[in-house]
Design a protein. Structure first.
Length: 213
C-alpha cells in the first residue's frame, strides 16, 4: 500500500483524512484492510484490551510518530470499527488524550454521533467515529453498492454490514445517510426505544393510539 503519513499532512478533519487516503489508494479492496492501513500509517501493533470498562485505546508518543492500538475482544466487525476509531485519534493531531500519551474509549464513545456544545472530548469521539465509518465504508464504494437498492428494506442494511465487514448499526447509519428516500431506523429493546443510529430524517406519518381495556 503506497499511502504514508506524508500524504496526510495538513489534513485534520475526518473527511479530509479519508479523502487523502482514498486518493492515494483508489483501489482499496472490500472489506477495507484496516490492519494493513494502520501498519502503513505508523501503528506498530494491535493488541487485545482485557477490560470490561473500555472498548478500545491508543498508546502513542507526544509527536504521534508511532502508536499501539488496543481493541477489546469480540466480533470482527466490532473490532474493525474500534481499530479504525483509534486510528482516527492517532491521525488527528489536535485530538488531545485525557491522559498523556493514552486514549481510552468506552462503548458509548464508539456509538456517539453528536456532541454537547463545548464538550471537546465528545467532539473528538464523534470525529473518530466519522473517520472510522468513512474509512470502512468509502463513500464511492457505498454509493456503488446502494445503486441496487431502491425501496427501503432492512435486508439492505444486513447486506452492507456483510460486504463492508461492519456492524449492523454502522451500516444502518450509512444506509440512512445515503438512501435517496427519507428514512429512519430505530433500535428498540425491551419495549423501549434505545437509540437511533443516525441523524433523524423522520418521514411524515400518523400515529393512532390503541386503548386496551
Amino acid at each position: 500500500m503506497p499511502i504514508s503519513r506524508m500524504d496526510l499532512a495538513d489534513a485534520g478533519s475526518p473527511e479530509a483524512l479519508v479523502k487523502r487516503i482514498l486518493q492515494a489508494e483508489p483501489n482499496l479492496p472490500l472489506p477495507v484492510p484496516i490492519r494493513e492501513l494502520c501498519a502503513r500509517l505508523g501503528i506498530l501493533r494491535i493488541e487485545d484490551l482485557d477490560t470490561d470498562e473500555f472498548e478500545g485505546g491508543l498508546v502513542t508518543d507526544a509527536k504521534r510518530s508511532e502508536g499501539t492500538i488496543l481493541a477489546k475482544r469480540g466480533g470482527e466487525p466490532r473490532r474493525r470499527f474500534t481499530v479504525a476509531h483509534e486510528l482516527g485519534h492517532f491521525l488527528m493531531a489536535r485530538h488531545v488524550p485525557d491522559q498523556p500519551g493514552r486514549f481510552l474509549c468506552k462503548s458509548s464513545d464508539l456509538l456517539r454521533v453528536t456532541a454537547k456544545e463545548g464538550d471537546q472530548r465528545q467532539r473528538r469521539e464523534v470525529e473518530a467515529n466519522r473517520f472510522a465509518t468513512l474509512m470502512l465504508m468509502p463513500p464511492h464504494q457505498l454509493r456503488k453498492a446502494m445503486e441496487a437498492f431502491h425501496k427501503p428494506d432492512l435486508q439492505h442494511v444486513l447486506a452492507l454490514a456483510r460486504d463492508f465487514a461492519v456492524g449492523k448499526e454502522v451500516a444502518a447509519r450509512a444506509y440512512v445517510q445515503y438512501h435517496p428516500e427519507r428514512i429512519a431506523i430505530v433500535v428498540v429493546g425491551n419495549g423501549r426505544v434505545q437509540r437511533w443510529p443516525a441523524p433523524m430524517r423522520w418521514p411524515k406519518f400518523e400515529v393512532s393510539a390503541l386503548s386496551v381495556a
